[in-house]
Ligand binder design. Sequence first.
Ligand code: MG
Ligand code: MG
Length: 252
Amino acid sequence: MIYKKSPEEIATMRRAGKVVADTHERLEEAIRPGVTTAELDRIADEYIAGAGGVPSFKGYRGFPRSICSSPNEMIVHGIPSEDVVLEDGDIVSLDIGVILDGYHGDSAWTYAVGAADAAAAELLKVTEASLDAAIGQTRPGRRLGDVGYAAQQVAEAAGFSVVREYAGHGIGRSLHEEPWVPNYGPPGRRELLSAGMTIAIEPMVNAGGAGTKVLDDGWGVVTADGSLSAHFEHTVAVTPEGHEVLTRRGPL
Ligand code: MG
Ligand code: MG
């Protein structure tokens, strides 16, 4: 069952998305060599509470922290830790979810810590472009296969792989709703998009193979081959004219 949202519900999700975007801006300022992922989690937790929100991930299926922080070869779901000290040349994916007035916003971004080398910088650029291409297909009349195919094409044209086991999702009153939003085709298949649908689109792109592995903590997901991975995500509403990105940075 896909729950379509009214314009009023989308307005609430826009406010939730704004808190998510603003939290990303705070964290981007705080990322530097020597910072721990636990410190980033604390900054996010305090900012979200101050904005009147609740972190979507805290306590979700027992997740112990407010954000997910996934460095280097980690794809998603990393638990922030005092033991994870970010170093110059690392990349780190930060995934932030916020509930505000009963509705969720969800957005991930991968950041360079200090100076990224050329290979890492290319992976970040391509993964962001993969997300942009997928968002570009998000409008009434297109299908989720078109959205996923667009993400896949950009990643694979650069020689990278899209993760298959994890995907985007419908979002609204629940963090994860139907439909499943995979980052691959074929085009012309899967659910038809129509105005009022709200989805999180989130390509996870590996520099090497697409394979994944879950760590012993039961949360962190890493690339099977140890290659770098990046993750870019926006919460997007399908509108009569096309789409609106609800977690876009900057003034509303
Ligand atoms: Mg997310
Ligand atoms: Mg998500």
